[in-house]
Structures are given as structure tokens and as C-alpha cells.
Design a protein around this ligand. Sequence first.
Ligand SMILES: [Zn+2]
Length: 133
Amino acid sequence: MRRLTLNVIRLYNADMPIDERPTVYSTEANFSKPCPRCHSNPCRCRKPKSLPPEQQMASIRRETKGRGGKTVTVVYGLQLTPDDFKELARQLKQACGTGGTVKEDAIEIQGDHREKVAARLRQLGYQTKFTGG
Ligand SMILES: [Zn+2]
């Protein structure tokens, strides 16, 4: 099944008139739907790009969550793609030996690890500053 799909794709030629192209089935639900934002298919929206660390200022703050008073170290103010956010979160978690998550455009590291987080970020080339309490 998989090999068949690959063969079909290899036969596919973008210069072919559309009605001569072999049918390629996709399991992706939005395969043939235009993007809701730019109304193009494939999507032509400008993808957010990551800035190099040297051009970025990482703000670090400690936050105590309402539920149970758990403390987290929040890193924010970075311009990164979702994948790069995930990768950076992975490295920060590793540096602190703790868990954490990516929340939209911020990274939350469990516990008060501001110093370790800042040290790792600076190692990666980011500028850092502490904000809040
Ligand atoms: Zn789009």
C-alpha cells in the first residue's frame, strides 16, 4: 500500500495538465480545502520564522499558579516557530532536570529555575532578563 503510494507520487508531474494526473488519495481531511486564512490551496500564509538567538531577548519570570501554589519559571518574549519552541523547551527541561510545557508563545518550566534557565539560554546565545517577582 505504501509502495503503491510512492510510485504514484513519482509518476506525478507538476507540468501535467490536471486531468491527466493520476489521482492521489490523502487521508488528510483538509487536503483539498483552501486555507481558511489566505483562501489558497496550498496555503500561502507567511509562516512565522524563528529569529537567531543573538537577536532575541528572553524574559524570565517566576509565576505561582493559583492551584496548589505551584511555582513555574516562565520564558517569554521570544520569536520562535512552534517546533523551535518545543526544542528549546526540551533543552531547558533537560538543563533543569524538571518538566515543562510550551504555552502558546511562552515556555513554562516547573519549579523556580530562573538561574539555570537563564544560564542555558545565554549558552545558546540568547540575551536574558529577569522580570516580575
Ligand atoms: Zn493560508
